[in-house]
Design a binder for this molecule. Sequence first.
Ligand code: G3P
Ligand code: CA
Length: 284
Amino acid sequence: MAKQKQVIAHRGASSYLPEHTLEAYALAYGQGADMIEPDLVLTRDGIPICLHDLWLETTTDVAQKFPGRARSDGHFYAIDFSLEEIKRLRAWGRAKPEQQASIPPCEVPTLEEMIRLIQHLNRQLNRSVGIVPEMKAPSFHRRAGKPMEEPILKVLDEAGYRGREAMALVQCFEEDALARLRALGCDLPLVFLSANPLTPSDLDRIAKTANGVGSNRRLIEDDTGRAVNNASLVRECHRRGLAVYPWTFKAEEAVMHRFFHRYGVDGLFTDNPDLGVRARNRRR
Ligand code: G3P
Ligand code: CA
């Protein structure tokens, strides 16, 4: 992995364009992000698509296009739809209903399409922007009879992402899913995500499988701008060779500057990659 601190575009440049669309990823690329994050779920036909939620209605017009396809809990699960059906949807991110008409037409991309975009831009612009795919709820997919580790690894492998130096970090909130990736032979850098405090023994265990921790930013600094335990999470991770990637930052350049230059994080997830790049590059 490159040693420069990483600005990771969270769901693309998602403050500006609908999250998890090729448009939002391309803008993040243009704004100078070092890495771009697709969250991943599977379709009914087992294809990894870029989507944050397990269901489609929060970010697309699935309820209008496919009325009657919700489960009894009211959700339109992506895993109940084929890719061909999902491609008929309009993706508008989290825009309020009154804003949706003004959103340009965007679709839900597959992981393969996202990678094709990033690799094309890398060739055109002689850059090496990376990807940070997140497996969303592997245990849900496993219970549904569609384990997601292998299909995601296959797409990454076929796209040439292999080895510790690859510009791809795979992240997940489920530790056992990261262990399954290792058991499948995955040698990419892995990031364990946590919203909860991590003890020294948690970190000892995580360091056996993962190469980094993606922590809720509030495990490092609270909402009043005060460092939590002197930002000891960063030191404890670094002591074990784990990189630290907190999430999620919006239009908060000064806060991101603190995380990069006071707390010494290795990268961070932001909806505003343009501001993240400025914060990272400004030394004082
Ligand atoms: O993956 C880091 C961060 O994105 C985790 O939160 O819910 O936005 O995927 P979420
Ligand atoms: Ca994520």
